[in-house]
Design a protein around this ligand. Sequence first.
Ligand SMILES: [Zn+2]
Ligand SMILES: [Zn+2]
Ligand SMILES: [Zn+2]
Ligand SMILES: [Zn+2]
Ligand SMILES: [Zn+2]
Ligand SMILES: [Zn+2]
Ligand SMILES: [Zn+2]
Length: 625
Amino acid sequence: MKKRIISAFAALLMLFSVLALAVSADNGQLKLSKPGRITAGSTFTLTMKLAGIDTAVAEQGIVSVSFDLAYDHSLIETSTDTLGGTGFDGWEATGNVSSSACTFMVCDFEGKNPLKKADDLTLTLVFTVPASAAGQDVVIEAQNVSIVYGDDLESIDLTGVPVDFTVAKKSDVSTTVDGITYLVDDDTASVASVANKSISDLVIPASISYNGKTLKVTSVEGGAFADLSAVKTAYIPCTVTAVPSDAFDGNAAVTLKGCKNSAAYKFAMEQGFEWAEDTTGYTEKVIRESTCTIQGASQLACPNCGAKTGSEKTLPLADHKYGEWVVTKEATNDEDGSRERVCSVCGAKDTEVIHRLDCKHENKKDVIVKEATCAEVGSKNVVCADCGKVLEENIEVPKTAHTFGEWVVTKEATVKDKGTREHTCTVCGTKETEEIDKLGCKHVNTTNGHKDPTCTADGYDSTTCKDCGKLISYTKIPARHTAGPEETKDATCTADGYVIQKCTACGEILKNEVTPKLGHEFGEWQVIVPATTTSEGVQSHTCSRCGQVENEMIEKLTPTEESKEESVPAIESSDAEDSKASAPSQAEEQSGSGNKTIFFIIGAVVILLTVGYIVIMAINKKKNY
Ligand SMILES: [Zn+2]
Ligand SMILES: [Zn+2]
Ligand SMILES: [Zn+2]
Ligand SMILES: [Zn+2]
Ligand SMILES: [Zn+2]
Ligand SMILES: [Zn+2]
Ligand SMILES: [Zn+2]
């Protein structure tokens, strides 16, 4: 029973459809929303919505929507023949999916719940994307779209807005660049998440570097920005071809920014986000080439999608596009000829003289082709003044001298430092810099320097000008030792004297004068024991300086008859320092006579006295020290 109603209804619809086709085609649209990044080997849900339906039509109550879906069945396929979605509660959803065609209809057969607001309807269909679809471009187009509405079951045809996308290769590989994590494949990247959860102004780049390659950022994963609660603006580049509806899940207070008509723009319009066009990075692009008659134009445009902004700029005219030269008059020996060529675009003619043939080119003249300036060399041709033939071409003309303006002091000279000044060429801007001599100084403010010499290094006295630093005078103080007090010891009869002087700083001996010992100064010999014919006598003399006594033996006298046997023993004394008296050198044979004994006693007494005297002198000398 129900089936029959459906068939009858369908037949009716078809009739209306055919009728409606003849009428206007701009009654509204069935828009297919662009899905997010679609990877091979997965499924995705295609979302379709009614748009642009006349509110008067909708208010009468839409009771059915029917359409075909055209797509390459070898790439993708629906996994169901039943539409899902919202806004059509209690309706029947039917579909017929074959390997070559797809037909769908949702219909409020029983008229229970007609759709009063076209915007409320959302239709969904799940597609499977096999692994073989990786990298393929897919287009899904709604065709034969029509709606039936109102009590009279009127029907109108809608435009099907197609959707296209490229199937990404399935990839679990991720990389993080500047705090943004991407899923990457061979040459594209899809934004997966943002590390800085409190970011306010999110900027997604158009490309990233990964493993030495530049990957284009082409999509955004579902929920990629859902956890960015503080985000206020989000720039999404136009390289992104799909922004899934849940990209900012639950966070609608975002202003999306990017190129107009980009996927981000469409996303913002569909999802009700604020939108602001962003032309950062746009470059001047020729939008109309100039010809020789019409000036072209350029405009700021996005290098990625070509979206334009601002006003057009006029470009200069292009050169004429001349054809081949055509001789209009042959040159002869006596007369110049001529030739011309024509612009293929505007028909402008260019005429030239062909010089007569017999000229010897004896009068040459320079023809400047390009004037030399101080910045660039020029060029000239050497031309025959008579016939005009170019004899030498493009000879370089040297640069001209600069045209300098007034000198400008860039640094004032002081008495201490040189100054600088520069002048600038008024033609090319070349600057020339020159030094300005130091100012003359009268050396009025001077400062004295002094350094004491040391034992080994020179010192100095100097005078320097405080203003200009000039050294006005310099006197070297040679290195010198510092003489200490003289240590003096007088020479004695038996010991050398000396004068020693040392440097108090380094101890070096500066003076060492030796006075040789003086030697004794003995007085006259004094006979202590006269010599006899039988014994030797003793005589002594004494040093007048140190009191040293020296004894000497006196030879026996030449014997007379009486005194032939008399003799005197010889006695010697040692040096003052030697406190030992020497023993008699010879023991005289005692003869037993009284004379001999007396002489001996006297001799002994003299020796004792002498020794005593020496000891006393020695003690006195020690005390004097
Ligand atoms: Zn763009
Ligand atoms: Zn032209
Ligand atoms: Zn000539
Ligand atoms: Zn210049
Ligand atoms: Zn000075
Ligand atoms: Zn010294
Ligand atoms: Zn002496």
